[in-house]
Design a protein around this ligand. Structure first.
Ligand SMILES: C[S@@+](CC[C@H](N)C(=O)[O-])C[C@H]1O[C@@H](n2cnc3c(N)ncnc32)[C@H](O)[C@@H]1O
Length: 231
């Protein structure tokens, strides 16, 4: 049976709170991914695993024409609604299931920010992303860095297993630890073309909230972010 990976209840509330100003989300992952996104003016964007809507808000601020957010956690969807009002079209949906409610080739940009590694049915998800992206459209994916995971969890770098990372006050994030070969192999195998790869380091603002984490990201890779094109 698929592991329950959406951040429900109190865990979702804790994620929503910390994602606004955390060294890792606000000042490491998001700035790198938004830089990779480049000019989003007028684009129709799909934000999969949109969490509390932080990406959607930033993309709209950068001029995105329309943002559709998909999220499995009701708690986080509520937080996204509070943040975005009617500026985004939000759906509760389990990403282990097909995106049947979205039309073929209807998006210019798809964002999978720190959600891909939670999913079991990744081949199905990528096939669905390919279906809903227009030819020439962009897919952005960020994930935990393979060597960061290896440093933290130890064992074999090649283990390719589900791991549990302590999160917040007594919670754990369940996700797939992957090698670089597996992560990129899955994306390229699904027919996407790699355009750019980043190993994001925290921006200077992170020093104000957590100097230890800021410095850590400059010594040890924490996330990986890639931009891919749908041919
Ligand atoms: C690390 S958070 C990232 C949220 C958002 N993309 C951001 O960067 O702020 C992972 C998100 O994926 C969602 N998620 C995990 N598994 C999911 C699933 N099977 N279906 C839908 N959403 C899921 C979680 O609820 C959570 O909002």
């Amino acid at each position: 049976m698929a592991a329950e990976t959406a951040y429900h209840g109190e865990m979702g509330r804790q994620f929503a709170l910390q994602a606004t100003h955390s060294a890792y989300n606000a000042y490491t992952d998001r700035p790198a991914m938004l830089e990779l996104a480049g000019d989003v003016s007028g684009l129709r964007v799909l934000d999969l695993g949109c969490g509390a809507g932080h990406y959607a808000a930033d993309l709209l601020r950068k001029g995105a024409g329309e943002v559709v957010g998909v999220e499995g956690s009701e708690t986080l969807l509520r937080a996204a609604r509070e943040r975005l009002g009617d500026r985004a079209d939000l759906h509760q949906h389990d990403l282990e299931q097909p995106l049947s409610f979205l039309a073929d080739q209807s998006f210019d940009l798809v964002v999978l920010a720190l959600v891909y590694h939670h999913i079991d049915a990744r081949a199905q998800l990528l096939a669905e992303v390919r279906r809903v992206l227009r030819p020439g459209g962009t897919l952005l994916v960020s994930t935990t860095h393979p060597t960061g995971d290896w440093t933290y969890f130890g064992g074999s770098y090649f283990a390719g297993e589900r791991v549990e990372l302590p999160f917040g006050d007594g919670y754990a994030l369940s996700y797939w630890r992957m090698t670089l070969e597996q992560f990129l192999g899955e994306l390229l195998g699904a027919g996407f073309v790699l355009e750019e790869l980043r190993e994001p380091r925290a921006t200077p603002e992170a020093r104000q909230v957590d100097v230890r984490r800021h410095d850590k990201t400059h010594q040890q890779p924490h996330f990986l972010a890639v931009s891919l094109r749908r041919p």
